[in-house]
Design a protein around this ligand. Sequence first.
Ligand SMILES: [Zn+2]
Length: 416
Amino acid sequence: MYSTLNRFLKYVTYDTQSVDRAEQTPSTPGQLVLAEVLGKELESLGLMDVEVTPHAYVTATCPSNIKDANKKNKVPAIGFVAHIDTATEVTGKDVKPSVVTNYDGGDITLKDGDESERVVLSPKDFPYLLNYRGQDIVVTDGNTLLGADNKAGVAEIIAGTEWLIQHPEIEHGDVKIAFTPDEEVGHLAKLLDIEKWGADFAYTLDGGAVGEICWENFNAASAVIDIKGRAVHPGKSKGLMLNAVTMGQEFNALFPPSETPATTEGYEGYYHCLSFNGSVEGVTLKYIIRDHDTQKFEERKKFMEKAVKWMQDKYGSDRFVIDMRDQYRNMADKVKGHEEIVELALSAMRELGIEPNIVPMRGGTDGAALSWRGLVTPNIFTGGHNYHGKFEFISVQSMDKAVDMMLKILELAVKK
Ligand SMILES: [Zn+2]
C-alpha cells in the first residue's frame, strides 16, 4: 500500500555515514548527495517550498487541503523530522539489504562462511526477533549497518506524504518535512531555520520498535583528554620516562565501573570511554557523559574535571588537557506545559491499537535540541532494532505502522 519499503531499500544504498568533529556540515559529502535525491523526490511529488541547502538540510511543505478557512486556521502545522546520516561505529558503505519474507522465527544467516566469518542474526541473541514471526524483515549482509536509523524515518515520512497527495479526500493541515544531517555526531539540527520552516510543533521519527515514544532523553556532554608523556629509551628510563599509556589507564580507573553503558539502564547515568588511542609519547581518551537528571549531569561533569585536576596535580598541568563540550539537553523540561503534543501522539497510538511504550531515551535526538530552541519535538518509533551495528533490522510491517501513525496524528489534529 505505502511506498515505504521501496524507498527505504533505495535510501540505504547511499553512503551517508557521518564523522565526528568535522569542520563542516555535512561532515561527509555523501549526505549532500542523498539530500539532493530526496529534494528531487519531494519536488516530483508536488510538494511546496522544497529546499535543499548546501549543508544537506531538506525542507518542504505539503500544504493544508482544508477548504473551510475558519477550520484551516485552527489546525496546527505539524512537522516530521528524520536524519539522513548513519552512525559512526559501523560502515554504511555498500549496504546490501535483503528482505526475509514471512520470517519463520529461526536463525537468519546474514553472512555465510567459516566460523570466524559467519554472521547470524538469531533469536537466541535477540529474543524480540520472535515478535516478527510471519512478518517481512529487512536485514544486512553482515558487513555493514542497515541504516534504518534513520532512513526508515525518511522513507516513512515521504511515503506518508505521498499517501496524502494520492488521497486528497483526507483532510490535513500543513505538513512540514525536514531531513537533517549529522545527527549521529551531535550536530543537533543547528542550521534548521525553525521560523522559516513554520511548524508549530514536530515529531522526530527516530525511535525503535512499534509503540516507542519518548519525550525524555539524556543530558549529554563529550570530553576529550589529551595526555602528554615523555618517551625515553626503555633501557635508560628509570625515573625519566612518563608513559602516557599507563597515565591514561590510571586516569580511566578513576571512574566507577558500575557507571558505564554496560552496567546501567533506565534513568541511570554513566561515563563512557569511547576510545583510548596512542603510545608512550601521547594518548587521547574520548568520553561521553550522560544523565537524565540535570543536577546529577552537572555533578558528573564536575567529577570529570576533578579527575583531570587530580592527574594534573600528580604529573603537571601541561600533561593533561581536557576539552569538554555540552552536546544536548533533556527535552522533558521543555515539554512541560505542552503535554497536548505528547497526548496527540498517544491518542493516535490508541486509535491504531498500538500499545505505547514510553521510554526515557538513553540517547538524544535532534528533537531534544529543537525543543530547547522552542519547537517541541517528541520522538516516535520507526520500527527498527539493533541500531548502529550489523545486526540492525526492521520489519516492513513496522515501517508501515509508522506511516499509519503519522497519518493518524494528522487526522486527529484536524478533528480536535
Ligand atoms: Zn537516529
